[in-house]
Design a protein around this ligand. Structure first.
Ligand SMILES: [Zn+2]
Length: 191
């Protein structure tokens, strides 16, 4: 390309290739777990059938194996629990219809985190959970496209979905570390 230094051009090609690789096989963040479908994405989790979503994705889908531990991203109280064990094909806006087995944890400063498509739940309504505490095991219940993954959402107030990347700033959970910022989330999966 005329006028563009070849170094910069190569850099652009590299960035573009990485973006394509991300779309095709999932996107690994620098230190975190692999993401199958990111916040705001219009594509789903199944690499063999990346159908368009009816609306931009309201959370992040993490690549996990069945039964993998799902961890609370910050301390809080279990404010909702969901219990549909089967895989559901139809998507609706109501969380309890698509989440499968899952839970929502309310944190300080009026925000909450949502964990969906589990195979089992280890917490009950009203439980106080610590950061890094086991929420349940990973699965594919609810509207999961039959792919085992964790849907992780962050909400402000009751219902306003937020980009989890804004809060996932505390890295991988480390039980020996202090986390003074109540809004800094650790990854909800092992990494
Ligand atoms: Zn999702």
């Amino acid at each position: 390309m005329k006028g563009i230094p070849s170094g910069l051009q190569k850099h652009r090609v590299l960035i573009f290739s990485m973006a394509v690789a991300c779309l095709v096989s999932g996107c690994a963040t620098a230190v975190g777990p692999t993401i199958l479908s990111d916040y705001g994405a219009l594509y789903g989790v199944n690499p063999a059938n990346r159908t368009q979503r009816p609306a931009p994705h309201e959370g992040i889908d993490f690549d996990v194996a069945g039964g993998d531990p799902i961890l609370a991203a910050a301390p809080g109280e279990v404010s909702e629990v969901f219990g549909t064990a089967g895989v559901v094909d139809v998507y609706t806006d109501e969380i309890q219809r698509w989440c499968g087995i899952g839970t929502r944890v309310r944190h300080a400063a009026d925000f909450s985190t949502l964990y969906c498509h589990l195979s089992s739940r280890a917490v009950q309504l009203g439980d106080q959970v610590a950061r890094g505490q086991l929420i349940g095991g990973a699965g594919r219940s609810g509207t999961s496209a039959y792919v085992v993954h964790l849907h992780f959402g962050v909400y402000e107030g009751c219902c306003r979905d937020m980009n989890p990347h804004r809060f996932l700033t505390a890295g991988c959970f480390d039980p020996g570390r202090a986390y003074p910022d109540p809004k800094a989330l650790t990854y909800p999966v092992r990494c």
